[in-house]
Design a protein around this ligand. Structure first.
Ligand code: ADP
Length: 764
């Protein structure tokens, strides 16, 4: 179960009680530097330059029937007959970098008939050659039979409906094929503990099914080792480690990195852990998910059990297949769970988008969120309006939470709210878990609540005592815990964790809601605009039909008075009459403009794809007389886009802006530039080098009849051109604005489509 190497860590000096084990210390244990191997093989260290023997395991002399002193410093011929040596030398020549051991074939050594599987890899300055004795039983099973068994086992796996069922099949098949008494399948949990998800074993073995082994049973170096060496094997754990002996000045064998060694000795601590479990032989097969640890199989036997390399290779292949098939299945199952949540939230989004449904569906959101995301309570907060459903904290609490949420990220999810927001401490019954997605701005949120989830975790032994002090040995030493009795732990203060598909679904809803809110706001604005347009239209109608008539009367009577009284009028009286006539003319003009404005607002947009380059050419033709008279230079940038717009309104906007650029310009070299700035929405500009506009007038000039100059200055005007331009732009959903400084010219910008939603959110 564990590779708790590092048993040599002594307790703190003078400790009288069991020390608290520092997991970080455990995580630093150098498992790959034991300086020793297991006795079922021989390890030889070679100089990569001349292949001379720099060191070897202490059993080499005995296994080879010669004095170990004679081996150190000798060449490979001291070890192998010519044929084998040539093959091995050829294999060694290809090993330059550290990496997993390479199999160099099966060869006898000089001393006798025993055959060895040979492996080699590079470690630091050494080449490590390992010779693993082939167990006598290996010859009994023909490789083809093994391969057939393996194919069958993989076939059985494919029948699994769920990944968990797959693990159950896998342990059963693995046990059938490898013959170990106990095979367990363990899955790593997010907190680093290992959960036994499947087991198949003799009745004599205590069941660990559904129990967890704490993270400290598999410290970091052991995990790294598991990822590096997907098969870890010890045929007999009750062995005496065989130290590596170095030639003179060959260095300290404990400096030797044996992380990639097939024969590496695991620590006494690790072995004792297994012996405590009644295990004498073990085989651990790592299951990886795209290179990351996903879980492992642990095979245990109560007596020594040699497993030849060929078989280990077959089991490794099996574990790899499990990694491919079951991990994939698990992802698919999670996805299926997520799909249901997505389907429900998708239906809510569709309802929200249905025409005219917004107001009614808004009120349903919290209740439907509860269903969609498996919540206890939910709330929709839109500033001061808070709609709640299910079990939620009181409104006063939610209101107090919102300003705090404004300081968190746009999506905030926690399974322990009180540790972040202490005021939630007495809301455990409904708000230990919180998921919050910000909508269009501060104080606007979708909130999901989950209560405290008090649950029991079943550990294999007391997880707070991963090691115990071994007092029997006399010398205080850390030892793995001896008891694996089920240890029940009540977990408090946490809510059920938020799963990836839940946060994704909430984000889907958040995006849809923001969009609908935006469209709804636009719609409301349009309704308001239409209403005011209608009022204006009615008003303009009244003016045109009811006021124009009396106005015409006033003007006519003024002319009649002037005609009749003629010479009898004093100069001052004549002046008064002329003023009456002039004012009535002006009023008639203004009424005409009002009519034009109100009609333009009422007429629907006629959208079609328009080539703005062509449209601008026609605008310039219409203005050609004025351009010619004033000698102005008007330049249109190449590459004007083609886009959907109302051509006559768009032409009117350009015409008004260009005409103003020429009109409000007292320079001899009048120059107007027209162009477009690319972006999510095209921004058009009309730049002039005219008199400019003071900052304080930037808004006012869009007001109807508002002129900044005397009535007849700069060629006169009604003061309605920019108002009508703004109206046309807004009908397209766009904006118009300007940059200017007095005497420095002016740039008008406008768009013909709504800003992207992000921009709208930023605007608040
Ligand atoms: P009008 O030109 O009929 O007065 P507009 O609505 O087109 O009406 O313009 C309103 C006012 O804004 C103008 O009277 C002028 O004072 C100012 N203005 C408009 N365009 C420019 C410009 N390009 N440069 C300087 N001032 C301008």
């Amino acid at each position: 179960m564990s590779d708790r190497d590092g048993s040599q860590t002594p307790p703190p000096t003078g400790a009288t009680e069991a020390p608290i084990l520092d997991l970080a210390t455990c995580d630093r244990e150098p498992v790959q530097f034991p300086g020793a191997i297991m006795p079922h093989g021989i390890l030889v260290l070679l100089d990569p330059a001349d292949l001379r023997i720099r060191g070897c395991s202490a059993n080499a002399g005995e296994r080879l029937g010669r004095d170990i002193g004679g081996l150190l410093g000798a060449g490979l011929d001291a070890l192998l007959a010519a044929d084998a040596r040539e093959e091995i030398e050829a294999g060694l020549a290809g090993i330059a970098e550290p990496g997993p051991p390479q199999y160099l074939g099966c060869h006898p050594v000089l001393a006798g008939a025993e055959r060895f599987d040979c492996f080699a890899h590079r470690s630091g300055e050494h080449l490590v050659l390992e010779l693993e004795a082939i167990p006598a039983a290996a010859a009994e099973v023909w490789p083809t039979a093994r391969l057939a068994e393996l194919t069958e086992a993989i076939g059985a796996l494919r029948g699994a409906a769920t990944w968990r069922e797959g693990m159950t099949i896998a342990v059963r098949e693995l046990r059938r094929v490898c013959g170990f008494e106990s095979v367990q399948g363990v899955r790593f949990m997010p907190d680093g503990s290992g959960l036994v998800v499947a087991e198949c074993q003799d009745d004599a073995y205590p069941s660990f099914l559904d129990l967890r082994f704490p993270r400290s049973d598999m410290p970091e170096p052991a995990r790294r080792q598991m990822a590096l060496m997907p098969v870890q094997y010890a045929p007999d754990l009750a062995y005496d480690p065989v130290p590596v002996r170095m030639a003179d000045q060959g260095g300290d064998p404990r400096q030797l990195d044996l992380g990639l060694s097939v024969l590496r000795s695991s620590s006494v601590m690790c072995n004792r852990f297994y012996l405590n479990l009644g295990t004498q032989a073990r085989l651990v097969l790592t299951i990886l998910d795209r290179g990351e640890l996903w879980g492992f199989f642990t095979c245990r036997h109560s007596s020594p059990r040699p497993v030849p390399y060929a078989d280990r290779l077959a089991y490794q292949t099996f574990a790899e297949m499990v990694g491919l098939l079951l991990v994939e299945k698990q992802a698919a199952e999670q996805q299926a769970l997520g799909l249901e949540a997505k389907r429900r939230i998708g239906a809510l989004v569709a309802d929200l988008n249905a025409p005219g449904a917004y107001a009614a569906v808004l009120g349903q959101i919290p209740a439907r969120l509860i269903d969609g995301l498996d919540l206890e309570g939910a709330a929709l907060c839109l500033g001061s309006r808070i709609i709640r459903a299910g079990r939620t904290p009181p409104e006063s609490f939610v209101s107090a939470l919102l300003p705090w949420l404004d300081e968190q990220s746009e999506l905030f999810a926690t399974d322990r709210l009180p540790t972040h927001f202490p005021a939630a401490a007495d809301q455990g019954a409904c708000a230990t878990g919180l998921i919050a997605a910000r909508l269009r701005g501060a104080g606007e949120y979708l909130l999901g609540f989950r209560p405290e989830w008090v649950h029991e975790v079943h550990w294999a032994g007391d997880p707070s005592k991963p090691v115990e002090i071994d007092l029997t040995s006399g010398e205080q030493r850390l030892t793995p815990r001896g008891s694996f009795e089920v240890w029940r732990q009540d977990v408090h203060g946490l809510a059920r964790p938020w799963l990836a598909h839940e946060t994704e679904s909430l984000m889907d809803l958040q995006r849809a809601l923001v969009l609908v809110q935006h469209t709804e706001q636009q719609r409301e604005l349009r309704v308001q605009l239409e209403r005011s347009n209608a009022e204006l239209e009615a008003f303009a109608y009244v003016i045109s039909h009811d006021l124009q008539e009396p106005l015409r009367g006033i003007r006519n009577f003024a002319y009649m008075l002037e005609d009749d009284l003629g010479e009898r009028l004093e100069a001052q009286e004549r002046g008064w009459l002329e003023t009456i006539q002039r004012l009535t003319v002006r009023m008639t003009d203004q009424i005409g403009v009002l009519l034009q404005y109100s009609r333009a607002g009422r007429q629907p947009l006629e959208l079609r794809e328009v080539d703005l380059g062509e449209l601008l050419q026609s605008v310039l033709e219409a203005l050609s007389g004025r351009i010619h008279e004033t000698g102005a230079e008007v330049r249109v940038a190449p590459g004007m886009p083609t886009l959907a717009c109302d051509p006559s309104r768009t032409a009117a906007v350009f015409e008004n802006l260009i005409a103003n650029g020429i009109k409000y310009n007292d320079r001899a070299d009048k120059r107007i530039d027209v162009g477009v700035l690319p972006g999510a929405v095209s921004t058009f500009f009309v730049r002039d080098n005219g008199i400019g506009i003071q900052a304080r007038h930037k808004e006012a000039i869009f007001t109807i009849f508002r002129r900044l100059h005397g009535r007849d200055d700069y060629g006169g005007g009604t003061g309605a051109g920019l108002t009508i331009a703004k109206q046309a732009v807004q009908l397209h959903g766009g904006r118009i604005w300007l940059e200017s400084a007095q005497g420095q010219g002016t740039v008008f910008y406008f768009t013909l489509a709504p800003d992207p939603v992000d921009g709208a959110m930023a605007d608040g």
